[in-house]
Design a protein around this ligand. Structure first.
Ligand code: 1CP
Length: 337
């Protein structure tokens, strides 16, 4: 049984496996080199040889317990025929799409558009380096995908007025969800054995809309993943009430952001927990890193816990700090009990 599976299935609190959100890409010089030669990011995500190479780069470099397939949450809008571009120093830039476009889109065409992702998973999965490690597949949360599809760029830049049209949002979420389910299905059938839902913009939703915009659609994704015997990790970034979220959505693992007090989580949540440490700590000193990593490891000493960050590894991170972090976690695992 893989280390993550021991934590998830057996609720084992004696080992603390580690992988990092956004562990492949951005901060790694070997990724930057490939990226420079591949200016079209979506095309790169469809290049099965390159995807395999990038997915395994952090695994070759470090002693991590899981790989996450190199792709992007915006591959689902791409699969639905929406234009998706990544502009330097701006982030994603999407074309227009209407409710009718999504409603009428050919399901088979969606799967065909994303076929290279599934082929890459199949290729990666066969590599011996993944023996006793998990391969994680992912989708964006329905709300987060809707935000990008309607807003057409990061909500950090601006937030379009359409978000006041509740009927439109409800209808869109329903259709987007069908495609997210299909993408989860495609990934599991080609070899991923854990799914993570990145709901990066969950924190934008008011309390009164949480049920319709987050809970209802996300619950369906978790249920679907579980029906294929694949555990589901949920990361609802900046959500105010993790206890309520966990109770309603019932993920196998809850991934916490860095604003959350780990001791509060342990008091309120019984399922395995992942993450928490602020990725900015990796930009500071080794001493700080040691303090912060040990803070989380000690807090979750007797709780099933997967070490990870409270958000993705930042592009300016020095890879040697990541190496040091992994050493610290391994050292903690080897402590005498
Ligand atoms: O320009 C570049 O080199 C591209 C940078 C990049 C990379 C390396 C983007 C653009 N996406 C990715 C890969 C990626 N994205 C992965 C696989 C790598 C790994 O985890 O190891 C994953 C899981 C994602 C997920 C993702 N994409 C999220 C959820 C996690 C999070 O950070 O909140 C989000 C919000 C996106 C959208 C996205 N993709 C890329 C950018 C610049 C953005 C927008 C961020 C924003 O709105 O500010």
């Amino acid at each position: 049984m893989t280390p993550l599976r021991k934590v998830i299935n057996k609720k084992d609190s004696s080992i603390k496996p580690i992988w990092l959100m956004r562990q492949a890409g951005r901060y790694l010089p070997e990724f930057r080199k490939i990226r420079k030669q591949n200016p079209n990011f979506v095309k790169l995500c469809l290049n099965t040889n390159k995807v395999k190479e990038i997915t395994l780069q952090p695994i070759r470099r470090y002693d991590l317990d899981a790989a996450i397939i190199f792709s992007d949450i915006l591959m689902v809008p791409f699969g639905l025929g929406q234009t998706v571009e990544f502009k330097k120093n701006f982030g994603p830039y999407l074309g227009s799409i209407s409710l009718r476009d999504i409603k009428n889109y050919d399901f088979k065409l969606f799967r065909k558009n994303l076929e290279p992702v599934y082929k890459s998973i199949n290729n990666v999965k066969k590599d011996k380096i993944l023996i006793n490690k998990d391969l994680i597949g992912f989708v964006g949360g329905p709300w987060t995908i809707l935000v990008y599809m309607l807003n057409k760029s990061s909500p950090k830049k601006k937030l379009e007025k359409v978000f006041s049209d509740k009927m439109l949002i409800k209808d869109m979420l329903e259709y987007i969800n069908k495609y997210l389910i299909s993408h989860i299905d495609g990934q599991i059938k080609s070899g991923v054995n854990i799914i993570q839902i990145f709901d990066s913009w969950a924190g934008l939703v008011n309390e009164k809309n949480l049920n319709e915009y987050i809970y209802k659609p996300t619950k369906k994704l978790v249920k679907f993943s579980k029906s294929l015997k694949t555990p589901c990790i949920c990361f609802p970034r900046n959500i105010k009430n993790y206890k309520e979220y966990t109770k309603i959505i019932k993920p196998d693992v809850i991934s916490i952001d860095y604003n959350i007090n780990p001791y509060e989580i342990i008091k309120n949540i019984k399922i395995p927990v992942q993450g928490g440490m602020d990725p900015r700590v990796l930009l500071s000193s080794k001493r700080n890193l040691e303090k912060s990593a040990n803070y989380y490891l000690n807090a979750f000493k007797n709780h099933p816990y997967i070490f990870n960050l409270g958000h993705g590894v930042l592009p300016q991170t020095d890879p040697s700090m990541v190496e040091y972090l992994i050493k610290l976690v391994r050292k903690f695992n080897e402590r005498p009990s």
